[in-house]
Design a protein around this ligand. Structure first.
Ligand code: UT7
Length: 399
């Protein structure tokens, strides 16, 4: 039976606003001069071709999950949200600690986010843009209220340090945002997500031998830089234009574009092609290099800290990379000035308790497993456990 409009219950429009942001980069800096000592390269070449001066390198015990956790915790401090309020955690990464369990599951456990779904998203350097849109869609559909989206990478562990054309580009780090349902118009307004798998051989990180692996080393990243450069400039222009159109605004309305930080020359070429002022393109590539899926959230955090994003601004996030994959989202920023939005002290203390409880639970589970496996090993020694022995003797195995 056809339903007339008056029977359809009124559902308020839900928006997915960014309400928290955080980043973490390792302490160790690797400068171009340091690279000169290990590779046939020069500071002059690297700076003139890429704009990069230094990048951060993860310490021995730092991995994608531990850096992602720190970024997520920092993003939560801006809000009043507790870990148990989170419905979803997505980690965009191409350098996960494991194939499974997901990096997101590890972070979910350490945060004590006991009600959250958790999964990793693999779309290389476009991963963060994809993940923000996935979380925003889930919020806007009404199925969840709060999500943390993290981009975290340990690129230094998958570099071929003999390949000077690629290894000089990348660095390690993590960034995160918290998205929350709101009835206030804003947040993620439009998205363009695309892929062209025909470019699989331009940029990749093979994990196992496959019929289409053209002699690339396993667990080492490869890239045909020149081709990726041309692809990147083209898709930034196309996807930003389309996402802006879909959001119902014009390029003139955009306060800041936050692109994947791959190479300053790519950003300048894209700005030229869009006929936009280069100053409207956020760039921090000189300090961190290319941190793949982490580069956009790190740049977003720094843009907020530098006061380059104000309440009501339209910003565009645009990513591109392996797949080939690319995507852009338009966001209306709805958070008042950062100094006014620090999460309450009460929430801060409750979050600390939650992290501590999660840590204790984690340790408790670990020791319980150790103890139970120790006991299961001594079980066959019937002399030590006579009661168990007599129980087994009583048992009729033929039954
Ligand atoms: O995050 C994923 C997306 N990735 C990107 O967007 C990266 C896109 N590509 C690029 O940023 C650039 O293509 C690179 C920075 C990777 C390379 O810059 P290029 O201007 O395209 O250089 P090229 O590969 O054409 O190489 C030019 C020359 C070559 O020497 P010959 O053949 O002209 O004698 C290279 O061997 O520069 C040489 N070269 C280097 N020289 C000093 C390549 N790497 C280096 C190096 N130091 N590190």
């Amino acid at each position: 039976m056809a339903q007339n409009n008056s029977q359809i219950p009124y559902r308020q429009h839900i928006y997915a606003n960014i309400v928290g942001w955080g980043m973490y980069v390792p302490e160790t800096r690797l400068s171009n001069e340091d690279l000169e000592a290990i590779l046939n390269t020069s500071d002059e070449w690297i700076q003139s071709r890429t704009g990069i001066k230094e990048r951060r390198i993860a310490a021995e015990r730092e991995v994608t999950s531990t850096m992602g956790l720190k970024a997520a915790q920092q993003a939560l401090t801006v809000t009043r949200i507790l870990p148990e309020d989170l419905d979803m955690i997505i980690v965009a990464t191409c350098t996960p600690d494991n194939a499974f369990p997901s990096t997101a599951s590890l972070i979910q456990n350490w945060l004590g986010a006991n009600r959250a779904a958790a999964f990793d998203l693999s779309a290389a350097c476009s991963g963060f843009v994809y993940a923000v849109n996935m979380a925003a869609q889930a919020i806007r559909s009404g199925s969840i209220k709060t999500a943390v989206v993290i981009g975290s990478e340990t690129m230094s562990r998958v570099m071929d340090w003999q390949d000077r054309a690629t290894s000089i580009l990348f660095g390690d780090g993590a960034g995160a945002v918290v998205l929350q349902a709101s009835t206030e118009e804003g947040g993620v307004l439009s998205a363009v997500l695309r892929s062209d798998g025909a470019g699989y051989d331009l940029l990749g990180l093979p994990l196992m031998d496959s019929p289409y692996n053209n002699n690339h080393k396993l667990r080492k990243m490869f890239m045909i830089g020149g081709e990726v450069f041309k692809f990147a400039t083209r898709v930034i222009t196309e996807s930003v234009t389309e996402a802006v159109y879909k959001a119902g605004i014009t390029l003139d309305d955009v306060a800041l574009v936050i692109p994947h930080q791959a190479n300053d020359r790519i950003l300048m070429a894209a700005a030229r092609s869009l006929n936009m002022d280069k100053d409207k393109f956020m760039s921090n590539v000189e300090r961190y290099g290319n941190t793949s899926a982490a580069s956009i959230p790190i740049a977003l955090c720094e843009a907020v800290q530098e006061g380059r994003i104000q309440e009501g601004d339209y910003i565009v996030l645009v990513g591109f990379g392996g797949g080939l994959s690319w995507g852009a989202v338009v966001i209306r920023w709805r958070v008042p000035r950062p100094e006014n939005v620090q999460g309450s002290r009460v929430a801060q203390s409750r979050r600390r308790v939650s992290y501590l409880r999660a840590r204790l639970r984690d340790r408790w589970r670990y020791w319980r497993r150790r103890l139970s496996s120790t006991f299961s090993r001594i079980r066959p020694n019937y002399g030590r456990i006579p009661r168990l022995r007599s129980k087994i003797d009583e048992y009729d195995f033929d039954d």
